[in-house]
Ligand binder design. Structure first.
Ligand SMILES: NC(=O)c1ccc[n+]([C@@H]2O[C@H](COP(=O)([O-])OP(=O)(O)OC[C@H]3O[C@@H](n4cnc5c(N)ncnc54)[C@H](O)[C@@H]3O)[C@@H](O)[C@H]2O)c1
Length: 460
């Protein structure tokens, strides 16, 4: 099938590449010229395991191309994905201006023939109908322009036929390619049977697990629903996961006070299949480009409809406090932080990504600076890229030894796999005060202590 994906960020690029891999002809459109040039040269603008190789393979097979030309993408795509960002506004509501620009742009390029317009971006509930309206505005704009230019008369009508589908994305940064080929479910919301049928056809190879790691598994479940329910599914899923983490963090803080071990507690409750072991890792809180903005957006929508989402507000509040738990622990260990040097192991909000959006490390750096501490950091991806990611108040070191050298304490911020095998004995010899605050309860306490560190976990 002919697909156009508009927006080539973490979601759009992975979606485009994977759809090309499963046999579709894909055009990826982005309005960032620099990014498009980079992708046209075969390089990925983001770090995502396995993506670069797959992208080059599809480009070589001529099933994947990149352009800044939206008109070309619309003309040559039957299914048009909107995958642009929807960041949070200061009020917490979702900023839909990029979706609006793309929807209008699609409208101005629609010609005769049928298209399915797919909201892949996480958009506020009700956006499906709103996108339809904006696309029609774009169609009207073009029609007016054609008439004004003398290219037609008042009665000339552009017969744009399209339906809107909500197809929320559940991939996780760091395993986005794997998640796309091995989804837990596919959610499709629309009031058009025709559009839903096309979407099911598009996803057939994924549903049949042709590209899955385990091809013997039963077909991927598809949830066919209305637009609003599909949009709500995305917000509810992220809000649930964020709340689950806030819950275990709250339990961890109580564990700290009563002398229980949250790792054991999480295991003990997680083995109950009604609860499950995932998303029960206590630490310094959730972050990234999705959870914070999606929970805020759902709270905002609830407010708009006169409902006070108290549980979600509490989850946000607990998370805000949790991000600063490391400060408390550093103060307990070092007392005065003014004039101290703190070394952060990890910067990204989670391992295997270069995404720094709303990473807990950013809050930590700001607060440590405020208290007069100097902050250094080592992150496998950020240090390697040599990019500061717009960060201030932190010196990004090139390796863990340089990080540890003359630090007063280390804090593990991101659970990168590499951090399990560092030479902690050597690091302990370099740190002024060999204390490590494990913000993810990730390291082996006994091994860290044997290496010479005083180990401090979160409720552990
Ligand atoms: N990142 C994730 O893990 C994730 C997971 C699930 C859902 N989502 C949702 O998917 C959407 C996209 O997220 P992302 O992280 O990929 O965003 P992103 O910021 O990484 O990428 C957005 C891309 O859209 C491009 N863009 C903006 N305006 C454009 C326009 N008018 N025309 C063409 N391109 C344009 C930008 O240049 C950028 O490349 C968001 O709504 C997000 O909430 C993200």
């Amino acid at each position: 099938m002919r697909v156009c994906v508009i927006g080539t960020g973490y979601v759009g690029l992975v979606t485009g590449v994977c759809l090309a891999k499963i046999g579709h002809k894909v055009i990826c459109v982005d309005n960032n010229e620099q990014k498009v040039k980079l992708m046209q040269s075969g390089q990925t603008p983001i770090y995502e395991p396995g993506l670069s190789e797959l992208m080059q393979e599809c480009m070589a097979a001529e099933t994947l191309e990149f352009t800044t030309d939206l008109g070309y993408g619309v003309d040559n795509g039957d299914i048009l994905f909107i995958a642009v960002g929807t960041p949070a506004l200061p009020t917490g509501e979702s900023d839909t201006r990029y979706v609006e620009a793309v929807a209008r742009g699609i409208g101005t390029h629609l010609k005769d023939g049928y298209k399915v317009i797919v909201n892949k971006s996480t958009v506020p509930i009700g956006s499906g109908d709103w996108v339809r309206m904006i696309v029609l505005d774009g169609v009207a704009e073009r029609q007016k322009a054609v008439v004004n230019a003398g290219g037609g008369d008042e009665t000339m009508e552009i017969t744009a036929q399209f339906d809107v589908v909500s197809n929320p994305e559940f991939l996780r940064e760091g395993s986005a390619v794997y998640d796309t080929f091995n989804p837990d479910r596919i959610v499709l919301g629309s009031n058009s049977e025709k559009a839903l049928a096309q979407m099911q056809k598009l996803y057939t190879p994924l549903v049949e697990r042709t590209f899955a790691d385990d091809k013997e598994l039963p077909p991927v479940p598809i949830v066919l629903t209305d637009l609003s329910s599909a949009e709500m599914i995305k917000y509810a899923a992220n809000s649930f996961l964020a709340t689950k983490i806030s819950f275990i963090n709250e339990v961890a803080n109580i564990c700290d006070r009563v002398g229980a071990d949250v790792v054991q507690v999480a295991k003990g409750i997680g083995l109950d299949t009604r609860i499950g072991t995932k998303f029960l890792q206590a630490g310094l809180g959730w972050g990234g480009s999705c959870f914070p903005k999606d929970v805020s957006a759902l709270i905002h929508t609830s407010d708009d409809y006169g409902y006070d989402a108290e549980l979600l507000k509490a989850a946000v509040m607990v998370n805000k406090r949790q991000r600063l738990i490391v400060l408390e622990k550093l103060q307990q260990e070092l007392k005065i932080l003014k004039g101290k040097v703190i070394g952060l192991l990890g910067l990204t909000f989670k391992p295997d990504t270069d995404d720094m959006r709303d990473a807990p490390a950013l809050d930590l750096i700001e607060q440590l600076n405020r208290l007069g501490a100097k902050v250094k950091a080592y992150d496998p991806i950020v240090s390697q890229s040599g990019l500061s990611h717009g960060m201030s108040g932190v010196i990004v070191e090139t390796d863990p030894e340089r990080l540890a050298d003359s630090c007063d304490a280390l804090v593990l911020v991101t659970d990168w796999q590499q951090f399990l095998t560092l030479d902690y004995e050597k690091l302990a010899g370099l740190v002024n005060n060999p204390v490590i605050i494990d913000g993810r309860n990730f390291l082996d306490r006994a091994a860290a202590e044997q290496a010479g560190f005083r180990y401090v976990g979160i409720g552990h």
